[in-house]
Design a protein around this ligand. Structure first.
Ligand code: NAP
Length: 306
């Protein structure tokens, strides 16, 4: 079994931030990811508010720099999906789909995924007009009608991105007010290609082979209507990728990891960083910062045990 000082699970900004600090602390560091690094950065086109990256820098520039930086400090990258962590005396055993690994400390940074809306037609038409990634799927809908569901930062930001492709983008939100940042709210109100349908929910998504339309309910009047559309992009919040930790480290009712200020979890030697933690602000900068703190804590944890 391959052995490391620190294993970082997840290659998004939190994981890469941890790898930079762990590598620099001369710890034998491995970072696991399923297919490639970048995490949620891969779902967005441009960086809006990461310090030093202004003028709409493409996100891949930041993720490539973070990866190169981690590798420069000696972090090894292994593409394997970790499915469980268990204790073996002083060691942690990480089981992956390809192999198993022995490590002294782990930093879990597996991030979040977009939640499903949970309506009829969503599952069957996924990839056929139903999408959770505007950067990945937007180019398929040039000149088409697009619906975006949700009222948070993701929905409004991605609606703006989709205007490059769609003829018209309609945001459907269940309340009469968006929860997104004020600048995004102002943008959607002024944007000539964006329409907002407030107090409305999507009841079902219809289509034979591809999305053809949706059924909408006005939650104030109860009125049901039909709307033609070619695509439904769903941004209704986040779900932490922590299923493999369930029963091992303490999670809250939504699956987010409970941590201390030093990113320690309820399991000694296991730290968590980034969007999977219980916290208020989920941004690239806070994820990278969590990663740095987690790596420092892992280093301290191992120093005390020598
Ligand atoms: P979010 O802030 O949790 O917003 C989810 C939205 O979906 C809310 O408007 C919510 O409505 C709506 N919603 C939830 N369940 C629904 C359902 N079943 N049916 C219809 N609508 C539903 O999620 P997010 O926008 O993905 O953002 C997540 C985090 O990432 C936030 O902390 C955000 O600030 C951050 N983020 C930041 C940026 C940026 O800074 N540029 C970009 C993207 C995300 P209600 O409002 O009625 O609850």
């Amino acid at each position: 079994m391959k052995e490391f000082d620190v294993a970082i699970i997840g290659g998004g900004p939190a994981g890469l931030g941890a790898a930079i600090y762990s590598g620099r602390a001369m710890l034998k560091t491995v970072l696991f990811d399923k297919f490639g690094t970048g995490g949620q950065l891969n779902s967005y086109e441009k960086i809006a508010n990461y310090p030093g990256f202004f003028e709409d820098t493409p996100t891949y520039r930041l993720s490539e720099s973070l990866l190169a930086h981690a590798q420069r400090f000696g972090a090894e990258i292994i593409y394997d999906e970790i499915t469980s962590i268990s204790d073996d005396g002083e060691w942690k055993v990480l089981k992956g789909l390809a192999d198993s690994y022995k490590v002294r400390a782990s930093i879990v940074a597996t991030g979040v995924r977009y939640k499903n809306l949970g309506v009829e037609g969503e599952e069957g038409l996924r990839g056929r007009g139903v999408s959770y990634c505007a950067t990945c799927d937007g180019p398929f809908f040039v000149g088409k009608d697009i619906v975006v569901v949700g009222g948070g930062d993701s929905a409004l930001q991605e609606a703006q991105h989709l205007t490059q492709f769609g003829r018209e983008v309609t945001i459907i939100h269940r309340r009469d007010e968006f929860r997104a940042y004020p600048d995004l709210r102002e943008m959607v109100q002024k944007h000539p290609k964006i329409k907002c349908l407030m107090n409305s929910t999507v009841q079902s998504i219809e289509g034979k082979d591809f999305v053809e339309g949706i059924i909408i309910k006005n939650v104030v009047t109860g009125e049901i209507s039909k709307m033609k559309t070619d695509a439904v992009f769903i941004f209704v919040g986040l779900q932490p990728n922590t299923e493999f930790l369930s029963g091992y480290a303490d999670l809250d009712d939504y699956g987010y990891v409970k941590t201390g200020e030093d990113m320690s979890t309820s399991k000694k030697g296991v730290f968590a960083a980034g969007d999977i933690r219980i916290k208020d602000v989920r941004q690239v900068i806070t994820a990278v910062s969590d990663g740095a703190i987690a790596a420092q804590s892992a280093w301290k944890y191992m120093s005390c045990r020598k």
